[in-house]
Design a protein around this ligand. Structure first.
Ligand code: ADP
Ligand code: MG
Length: 245
C-alpha cells in the first residue's frame, strides 16, 4: 500500500505505576487500511487504543493523527475525539434517550449541527447499520447486537477519519456477533481506516490488511493475515494461535 499515514505512533511508552504497559510502540496505519490487533489478555491492546484518542496520556514518544500531533486539551482534543471514532465492548448508550437521540446528541453538541440536520444524518446511518426501524425505541428494547450497531452509527455520525474498535463483539451472545462484524466488514470495504482489537480471526483473515500481534506491551509481529496465520514467527504468537484457533 502506498504510504499515506493516517495514524503514526513513534516509540510510545506508558507505565501504570511499575507496569510498563506500552514499551516503545511503533505503528503506522495508512489511510484506508484495516489493522487488526490481537494478543493475550493484559498485553496492552486496550491501552494502545485509548492512547490513540487521548483517553490515556503517554510518557514519551509521539502520536499523530493525519499529520497532527495529539493535542493535550481544549478544543483540539474535542476535535480529535470526533475524528477518531471509538467503539468499546460495552455500548455506553444513554438509557433514557431514544436510539435516534443517542446518534444525534454529539453531532449537535460537538459538531454544532442543527437538530434536524443531525437527525437526518442519524437516520441515514441507522439505515446503513440495518436499524432504520428502531430509531424511536429505547436502547433497552434492542438486542446487544443492535445496541452495538447503534454505537457504531453514533461514532460514524461524527464523520471520523478513523474508527477504533476495542473488542466490539466480546460482550455479545454468539448469534449476534455476525451482524456486528458484517457492519464492520462493510465499513472496511467502503475504505474506512480501522484499528480493530478482536479475537474474531475470521474477521481478521477477511478484512484486515495487517495483523499486529502484541504481547507484554510490545508489538511482536506486524504482517499480512495470510502470512501471520500460516506462518507465525514468534513463539508467543504460535502459542497464542494454538489456544484460540
Ligand atoms: P488488553 O486490552 O490487551 O487485555 P490492557 O491494555 O487492558 O490489556 O491492560 C494492559 C495491562 O495494564 C494489564 O496488566 C492491566 O491490568 C493494566 N491496566 C490497564 N488499565 C489500567 C489502569 N487504569 N491502571 C492500572 N493498570 C491498568
Ligand atoms: Mg482489552
Amino acid at each position: 500500500m502506498a504510504v499515506d499515514p493516517l495514524i503514526e505512533l513513534r516509540d510510545v511508552n506508558k507505565h501504570y505505576g511499575k507496569l510498563h504497559v506500552l514499551q516503545g510502540i511503533n505503528l503506522t496505519v495508512g489511510r484506508g487500511e484495516v489493522v487488526v490487533v490481537i494478543g493475550p489478555s493484559g498485553s496492552g491492546k486496550s491501552t494502545l487504543c485509548r492512547t490513540m484518542n487521548r483517553l490515556e496520556t503517554i510518557e514519551s514518544g509521539s502520536i499523530a493523527i493525519d499529520g497532527r500531533p495529539l493535542p493535550d486539551e481544549g478544543k483540539g482534543l474535542a476535535r480529535l475525539r470526533a475524528e477518531v471514532g471509538m467503539v468499546f465492548q460495552s455500548f455506553n448508550l444513554f438509557a433514557h434517550k431514544s436510539v435516534l437521540a443517542n446518534v444525534s446528541l454529539a453531532q449537535i453538541k460537538v459538531r454544532g449541527r442543527k437538530k434536524e440536520e443531525a437527525d437526518r444524518r442519524s437516520r441515514e446511518l441507522l439505515d446503513r447499520v440495518g436499524l432504520a426501524a428502531q430509531a424511536d425505541k429505547l436502547p433497552a428494547q434492542l438486542s446487544g447486537g443492535q445496541q452495538q450497531r447503534v454505537a457504531i452509527a453514533r461514532a460514524l455520525a461524527m464523520d471520523p477519519k478513523v474508527m477504533l474498535f476495542d473488542e466490539p463483539t466480546s460482550a455479545l451472545d454468539p448469534e449476534m456477533i455476525n451482524e456486528v462484524l458484517e457492519v464492520m466488514q462493510q465499513l472496511a470495504r467502503e475504505g474506512m481506516t480501522m484499528v480493530v482489537v478482536t479475537h474474531e480471526m475470521g474477521f481478521a483473515r477477511s478484512a484486515a490488511n495487517r495483523v499486529v500481534f502484541m504481547a507484554d506491551g510490545r508489538i511482536i509481529e506486524d504482517r499480512t493475515p495470510d502470512d501471520f496465520f500460516t506462518n507465525p514467527h514468534s513463539d508467543r504468537a504460535k502459542d497464542f494461535l494454538s489456544k484460540i484457533l
